[in-house]
Design a binder for this molecule. Structure first.
Ligand code: FE
Ligand code: FE
Ligand code: ZN
Length: 298
């Protein structure tokens, strides 16, 4: 089982990320190369990278299964401002080349939001951008994430993801997100039916990552607000069924669940160590928040 969470990529870069993941008992992780909301990025430090590789080797974290996530503000779908669209393309190229330097093989990308454009035009813009980016032959692959369909988000159905994969002339993969699937209208209680359709239309071998999140909202709400596992509308057992699906056993599972705390304002504690424990023990912890707070205040 490959299980981890998103972690930070701070001053120590990949070394810090790997140490954080290890502190949660994870054997893989996902990171952003800088703040997810902006495009300010630091040069990769090669000495730190060597240390990170050594640390990962010693702690059984396989670099080829580690995931990078592109920042949300990249929007390849809208081309009404040509300069912004070209900036997104250039940024994505830089991100893939940073991943190549790091040895990271998978970059998760939100396809983009149409904002005012017809869906078909938006999908074409995304594909055009990806064809430009991928003509440079990076060894890191892009995984398109399935979206909740919030606002004008593209990629919230199997058919839209398939359209993108068909329009792009280079190999790409897909990242499923359980919260996004639920919010887009796919019930995780019938995940096997979804997988069958996915396999027929796209192919199960395209799935390169799964984001494991519960959802704060109802099926089909198009909201995209993540909840701790077992604390949302999807439920613990339905999430376990995804995590333990035999056909997806080599796919990294990444938690993007919210930090917890005593009050709404003070959600400063990462729950991952305990959520991973719940998953490995296959036992729901009814006092997750209390246990996390207690652990970090010891
Ligand atoms: Fe995402
Ligand atoms: Fe996600
Ligand atoms: Zn989300």
């Amino acid at each position: 089982m490959l299980i981890g969470s998103h972690v930070s990529f701070g001053k120590e870069q990949l070394l810090g990320s790997a140490r954080e993941a290890d502190s949660y008992g994870a054997n893989t992780f996902m990171f952003y190369t800088g703040a997810p909301q902006n495009t300010v990025r630091k040069e990769i430090d090669l000495d730190l990278l060597e240390e990170a590789k050594k640390f990962m080797f010693e702690h059984h974290i396989v670099l080829s299964k580690v995931i990078c996530h592109a920042p949300y503000i990249i929007n390849l779908a809208n081309r009404s401002d040509e300069r912004k669209w070209e900036f997104s393309i250039q940024f994505l190229k830089n991100e893939l080349s940073r991943c190549d330097t790091l040895g990271v093989k998978n970059l998760v990308l939100h396809p983009g939001s149409a904002v005012g454009l017809p869906k078909q035009t938006a999908l074409q813009n995304i594909a055009d951008a990806l064809n430009i980016v991928l003509s440079e032959n990076y060894s890191c692959k892009i995984l398109l994430e399935t979206m909740a369909g919030k606002g004008t988000e593209c990629g919230s159905t199997i058919d839209e993801i398939k359209t993108l994969l068909d329009l792009v002339h280079f190999p790409m993969g897909v990242c499923l997100d359980t919260c996004h699937l639920n919010d887009s209208g796919v019930s995780i209680s019938s995940f096997s039916t979804y997988l069958e359709e996915f396999d027929q239309k796209i192919g199960m071998d395209k799935i390169g990552c799964i984001h494991i999140n519960d959802s704060k909202n109802e099926l089909g709400s198009h909201k995209d607000r993540h909840a701790n596992i077992g604390y949302g509308t999807i439920g613990f057992q339905n999430l376990l069924n995804v995590i333990y699906e035999e056909k997806l056993k080599d796919v990294p599972k990444i938690l993007e669940t919210p930090y917890v705390g005593k009050t709404e304002k003070e959600k400063i504690y990462p729950p991952y160590r305990f959520e991973i424990e719940m998953i490995l023990n296959q036992t729901f912890d009814e006092q997750l928040v209390e246990h996390v707070i207690e652990f970090y205040n010891k």
